[in-house]
Structures are given as structure tokens and as C-alpha cells.
Design a binder for this molecule. Structure first.
Ligand SMILES: CC(=O)SCCNC(=O)CCNC(=O)[C@H](O)C(C)(C)COP(=O)(O)OP(=O)(O)OC[C@H]1O[C@@H](n2cnc3c(N)ncnc32)[C@H](O)[C@@H]1OP(=O)(O)O
Length: 412
């Protein structure tokens, strides 16, 4: 039987080796040091078989933007079980302890990015945001239906990123739900590292900001580039790549200017933006959708409502709704049962109820809908949510709805 306990700071290096084994990873010294620095700031749980570390789960102490506010939301990372101890319930034991601690600490939410989509539904996590990969053919000028903001662009030293673009990012976080806060350490270690986490051929991070000198920027572009590939004879095989990691803009015209900049960098022929929202304005203002293509769509942030009552009563609601929910929660039975949700622009209450339910659903499906990124009506159509009162799902959707879709590219 394994023992679940905290991993002390002097055991972090061992936890890293354990995780690299599970992920088939072999990071160089720079990435190891970055991981170590981040793990020092995480809550860390280990599964020990005697003195041997056989399971590890770290949690960033995030606050997540939700409609109208932000909530405590540990962000799970480095989840790993030794190959010798797979499928014996080690992850389950770590997760149960993590969810218990989240509730005890007053954190109603828990989030993660999944290595495999099949793992986390059983623990009550649902995919709450979707990401798109968007590619622009930049061998020709980017064709747009709107006029880009004409204000000047300038490059900012990544060392100054936090001061210059940090406030822009913070404002963007509150325009769209589903975004964790970004500590100075995460800016430095996860976004601005000299070496990219996934592709060592990419250059260092570059930051272009738009705005009048002396004024706060109206938007920024965080990107890396890769030189053109050459074949053995030194001939160009393909033009270089601009990989967009983040683009935030106060207005569509600012976004248009930043995309135009990305697409006009010399010696490059492709712009690849891997973590865009499903309602990215670019997809509407691009004049030629053969030039701007969505090449992938994926579940991004997985969310768990550790304390359903707290989560539902804390968020803002777009329209009035009153209905009885029959909720299943296999791992946190205190969430399960029949509850009357009364919610609207003035606030929400969520109390136990006796009346027959309008909707029956699992906590993982409520999590998928919580930020407004998945519609309850779609889950009724998929046979996952049972609608006992016609119109109940549509009414809940109208109340959950947000102006912009929830979205984050903060992979951790
Ligand atoms: C947020 C993140 O960090 S994501 C990263 C997740 N980690 C990895 O992918 C690293 C490689 N994989 C591992 O380390 C492990 O296999 C883990 C962590 C995914 C699973 O750990 P285990 O201790 O084997 O899980 P555990 O025994 O508790 O499994 C619980 C259930 O989940 C199922 N399960 C576990 N892993 C998977 C998987 N990869 N795909 C599908 N089902 C899975 C098990 O079959 C079991 O189902 P059951 O209850 O019906 O029998």
C-alpha cells in the first residue's frame, strides 16, 4: 500500500527524475532548472512505497478567471506514476487527496491540461475550454477585411515583459474566463525561457507591442521564429516559421495590426498560432480563409468543480434561471444529490431540494459547461445529460453564457 504525503523541497530533484521517466523526457540543464524553480512554488504530493517515490502530483496555486470574478483553482501538473506501479490506484489515491485538500483550503475549482483525454473524466474533470491551431500562409500579404491599427509597433526586451505587457495580460484574463493568473516566476520560466519547451530549433521569445510611445500598449504579440530549413545541398526546403504563443489586443484593429506584423516577417512563410480561442476574431476578419486555416482543435483546460455550491454561487450569471439539478459525483459525494439552482444577474443560490429534477447530470459534464464553453443542450443531444423538463437545458445555457468563449493558452 502506498503512502500519500507531501514532497519536501529536498526531494524535488527525485520527483523530477521520476516524472521524466514517466513522460519519456530527457530535458537539458536549462529546462531542468526551470522545472525545479516552478516546482518549488507548487504544492507537491508524493506516493511513497516505503522510501521509494512511485507517484507525484504538483499543483500551481492558481486563481482562475470565471465569469465576473476569479476563484482559487490549483493547477495540476507533473502527474506521474512509476511504470512499476501503474494501474494499481496510485493516481486515484493522489487525486482523492488533492481534491480533499482543494476543498479544505477553500478552493472550489481544480484544473489541468491532460496528456491523454481518456484519463481525467473519471475523476470529475470536464473539458471547459477548447483551443485552435491556426495557420496563416504568409508567403503572400495577409488579406484582411478591416484596417489594422496604424499606431507604431516596437519590440520589448523579454526582461521587461512583466512590466510592459503584464497589465495587458491581466486585463485580457478578465475579458475571457478560463485563464489562470501568471506569477512573475511563470512568466519567466514558462513563457520567456531562452529555449522553447517543445522545440529546441525555435529562437528566443520576441515580444512586439502596439501603442503610442509612453502609453500602455493596446496589444502585444509573443512569438518565436525558426529559420528556413535547408536540405543537404544547402537548398531551401521550406521558408521559416513564426510560432505565435500569445496575441492579446484591446480592439479588432489592434489584433489585425499584430497578425499583419507576424505574417510580414521576412524569410518566413508560415505563421502558426497553436492556442487560439474558438471565436478568434481573426477567423472573421481574415478576407481569405484559404490563407488563414484552422488546422487543429483540442480540449485545452480541464476543470473540476471540487465544491459545486461554492463554484456556482460565486460566478456571474447572464440570465435568470431556476431549476432542480440531480448531480452525480462518484469521487466527492458531498457534491452529489438534488439541488435547486436559482441564479441570475443579481446572484445565485444553490440549496438541497426535494422536487423532481429538471436535469440529471454528472459533475464532469457540469464542469465542461461551467465557463460557458460547452452547451448543456449539446450534452443532452449526446445522451450525457438527461432533460426531464423541456427547455431546462436551454435555460441553463442562457444563464451560463458568456460574451466571449472561455479560453486559455496557459499550458502548464
Ligand atoms: C495534468 C498532467 O500532468 S497530465 C499527465 C499524466 N501523466 C502521464 O501521462 C505520464 C504517464 N502515465 C502515468 O504516469 C500513469 O499511467 C497515469 C498517471 C496516467 C495513471 O496512473 P495510475 O496510477 O496507473 O492510475 P490508476 O491506477 O489510479 O487508474 C485509475 C483508472 O484510470 C484508468 N487510467 C489510468 N491511466 C489511463 C490512461 N492513460 N488512459 C485511460 N485510462 C487510464 C485506469 O485504467 C483505472 O481505471 P479503472 O478504475 O476502471 O480500473
Amino acid at each position: 500500500m502506498v503512502d500519500i504525503r507531501e514532497v519536501p523541497e529536498d526531494d524535488i530533484a527525485r520527483a523530477q527524475e521520476h516524472a521524466y521517466l514517466a513522460f519519456h523526457d530527457r530535458p537539458g540543464p536549462e529546462r531542468r532548472a526551470r522545472h525545479h524553480a516552478l516546482l518549488r512554488l507548487c504544492d507537491r504530493l508524493g506516493a511513497y512505497d516505503g522510501d521509494t517515490l512511485v507517484g507525484f502530483m504538483a499543483a500551481h496555486p492558481f486563481r482562475l478567471s470565471v465569469p465576473g470574478t476569479e476563484l482559487g483553482c490549483p493547477g495540476l501538473t507533473f502527474v506521474s506514476v512509476a511504470p512499476t506501479h501503474r494501474r494499481r490506484g496510485v493516481l486515484t489515491a493522489l487525486m482523492d487527496e488533492r481534491l480533499r485538500r482543494a476543498r479544505a483550503a477553500g478552493n472550489p475549482l481544480v484544473c489541468l491540461w491532460a496528456s491523454e483525454a481518456a484519463i481525467y473524466g473519471r475523476f470529475g474533470f470536464g473539458p471547459a475550454t477548447q483551443g485552435l491551431t491556426v495557420e496563416i500562409d504568409s508567403t503572400r500579404p495577409l488579406a484582411l477585411r478591416i484596417t489594422p491599427d496604424p499606431r507604431p509597433l516596437r519590440l520589448v526586451d523579454p526582461a521587461d515583459a512583466l512590466t510592459v505587457v503584464g497589465p495587458c495580460h491581466e486585463a485580457a484574463r478578465h475579458r475571457r474566463a478560463g485563464r489562470p493568473d501568471r506569477s512573475p516566476a511563470r512568466w519567466t520560466e514558462e513563457w520567456l525561457g531562452e529555449q522553447d519547451e517543445d522545440d529546441e530549433e525555435l529562437g528566443p521569445p520576441r515580444i512586439a507591442v502596439l501603442g503610442d510611445p509612453g502609453q500602455p500598449p493596446a496589444g502585444y504579440l509573443l512569438y518565436r521564429t525558426k529559420q528556413e530549413d535547408e536540405d543537404g545541398d544547402g537548398r531551401t526546403r521550406s521558408p521559416g516559421l513564426v510560432r505565435v504563443d500569445e496575441l492579446e489586443a484591446d480592439t479588432p484593429a489592434v489584433a489585425a495590426a499584430l497578425w499583419t506584423y507576424a505574417a510580414s516577417l521576412d524569410l518566413t512563410g508560415t505563421v502558426r498560432a497553436w492556442g487560439r480561442p474558438a471565436d478568434d476574431p481573426l477567423l472573421h476578419f481574415a478576407a481569405d480563409r484559404d490563407q488563414v486555416r484552422v488546422t487543429a482543435q483540442f480540449p485545452a483546460l480541464w476543470l473540476r468543480l471540487a465544491d459545486v455550491k461554492e463554484a456556482l454561487t460565486a460566478r456571474a450569471w447572464a440570465a435568470p434561471v431556476e431549476l432542480v439539478l440531480e448531480l452525480r459525483d462518484a469521487r466527492l459525494p458531498s457534491n452529489a444529490g438534488r439541488y435547486r439552482l436559482k441564479a441570475g444577474p443579481g446572484g445565485a443560490t444553490y440549496e438541497t431540494a426535494r422536487a423532481s429534477p429538471d436535469l440529471s447530470l454528472d459533475v464532469r459534464d457540469l464542469a465542461a459547461c461551467y465557463l460557458g464553453g460547452t452547451r448543456v443542450t449539446e450534452l443532452v443531444a449526446a445522451g450525457l445529460v438527461a432533460e426531464h423538463a423541456p427547455g431546462a437545458a436551454a435555460a441553463l445555457d442562457a444563464a451560463l453564457r458568456t460574451g466571449l468563449l472561455p479560453h486559455t493558452a496557459d499550458e502548464f
